[in-house]
Write a protein that binds this ligand. Structure first.
Ligand code: SAM
Length: 464
């Protein structure tokens, strides 16, 4: 670093300062202007971003608005990755190394519910955290998968118009936030990381469509993992060109540092899904599935059947005609139960609904292909029908609850009680309602004779 940097003393001195904390406003739920106006703590803008802010609050993750998904805590320089993606086509997006979801949630906010987003994480425990963040932020157009990059490359050849590789790295930009990264650093580890990144990039490149973009980023300063990695990739892949390269150092930017390179694959970019009528190639649409369909894999996860070769839009996309329909009568009853819940709460949920053999119901975004790998989340989970009753899923409240007619608007103090799992009092008539911190959904509640039964999932409750 001494040889490379003009102002090495300033770089070194930056490590004496406390780590910079940031949050990114979730524009799917609130505008940055409105958030700033009503923010529970002081904010100052992160340069070069439209929705990033520095925050000095001790525990911004403990605030009710965090539970409501109004913001994501993100290291300020990491926000530049999503900002770089701003001008890229985003009809079909893959975030290949996505957990815990900083960049996924940024991309989703930029997509504004349009197009399809596949957020993949190889590590199952981290994939669960990613899935929870996708839920909390109310994202509707995302599938969360858990697979190695080569599986996705196999399933999605030349499919995405934007692929993000936020690669596992030696983490030199994490030394302040995670001091454990310091003893783990070694020249050998940098070389190991560089090799792994090269392998991931090779698989990622296969998934980029003609005219599509590949965005590569790390939170390290090692050239082997950054500039040299990109240089070597471009030597191996003459079909890619470099559009932009950005390296942020902690003494030049008010953040811990990040590297980011944007590449483009030669060719003509594909038109947006609406023009191609992709919705008809969606695997999981209303009434699709069968009792022999092996969806249930592990706790809270399901997996799609293996892909048929070719078919649909682009290689590897399974045509819906190849799936046995879910029993018509049972499906009609499940849909009716959901419709009556939707009417009761006044939820504006439109679109095709998929009921899995175990009764779980999903709203799958139009154009979502058969992902063909282990899935943790597909669009929005609406709830579960047990043959008699419909039980709403938390994801439904987080994604659509803001527009519900039956809302219970709570003060901050009351919201804290709800988040702790307590029962509340209400003057609302009996029935289901969306419980909100002011107007922002926290989850469901059921009003019974003046009390609100708390339906916030136990695992998401706030521990004192
Ligand atoms: N993009 C994330 C965010 O913004 O929150 C951070 C991603 S982190 C830098 C890199 C991720 O890559 C980790 O979650 C790690 O589990 C995953 N990873 C590790 N080895 C991998 C491999 N061989 N292939 C794909 N992903 C891998």
């Amino acid at each position: 670093m001494k040889e490379r940097l003009g102002d090495f003393p300033a770089f070194l001195a930056s490590y004496e300062e406390p780590p910079k904390k940031g949050l990114r406003v979730n524009t799917l739920k609130i505008s940055p202007e409105e958030f700033v106006r009503r923010s529970p703590f002081p904010l100052s803008p992160v340069e070069g971003t439209s929705c990033g802010f520095y925050v000095s609050e001790e525990k911004p993750g403990a605030d009710v608005w965090h539970f409501a998904g109004l913001y994501y805590l993100q290291e300020p320089s990491a926000m530049t990755v999503g900002e770089t993606a701003k001008d890229c086509p985003k009809n079909r997006v893959l975030d290949l190394c996505a957990a815990p979801g900083g960049k996924t949630t940024h991309l989703a906010a930029e997509m504004g519910g349009e197009g399809i987003l596949i957020a993949n994480e190889i590590d199952p425990a981290r994939a669960r955290a990613l899935s929870q963040n996708v839920e909390r932020m109310g994202i509707t157009n995302c599938a969360v998968t858990c697979a190695p990059p080569e599986k996705l490359a196999e399933q999605f050849p030349a499919y995405f118009d934007l692929v993000l590789v936020d690669a596992p790295c030696s983490g030199e930009g994490m030394f302040k936030k995670e001091p454990n990264a310091i003893p783990e650093w070694s020249e050998e580890n940098v070389a190991r990381c560089a090799l792994r990144q090269r392998e991931i990039l090779e698989e990622a490149a296969k998934t980029v469509s003609s005219g599509g973009r590949l965005l590569y980023s790390t939170c390290t300063f090692a050239e082997e993992e950054d500039e040299w990695q990109i240089e070597a990739f471009l030597c191996r892949h003459s079909e890619f060109t470099l559009l932009r390269l950005n390296k942020l150092y902690p003494h030049e930017f008010c953040g811990e540092g990040h590297f980011c390179a944007l590449l483009e694959k030669k060719g003509i970019a594909s038109p947006p899904p609406a023009e191609r009528g992709d919705a008809s190639s969606c695997l999981l649409t209303s009434g699709v599935g069968s009792s022999s369909c092996p969806f249930a894999v592990g706790e809270g996860a399901f997996s799609c059947p293996p892909p048929a070769s070719g078919g649909g839009v682009g290689e590897g996309v399974r045509p819906r005609s190849s799936i046995k329909p879910y029993p018509v009568r049972r499906n009609a009853l499940a849909n009716r139960a959901f419709s009556s819940f939707r009417e009761e709460v006044g939820l504006p949920v439109e679109g095709e609904i998929t009921t899995l053999p175990d009764g779980r119901m999903y709203l799958v975004p139009a154009g979502m292909p058969d992902v063909g790998v282990r899935l943790l989340r597909l669009g929005v989970e609406l709830g579960e029908w047990d043959g008699k009753l419909f039980k709403p899923a938390h994801a439904l409240a987080m994604a659509f609850g803001g527009k519900a007619k039956r809302k219970l608007s709570l003060s901050r103090e009351e919201s804290e009680k709800y988040l702790r799992g307590e029962t509340l009092q209400t003057s609302l008539a009996n029935g289901w309602c969306v419980v909100c911190a002011e107007e922002f959904p926290l989850g469901f509640g059921k009003c019974v004779n003046g009390s609100v039964k708390n339906h916030l999932p136990k695992g998401l409750r706030k521990i004192k």
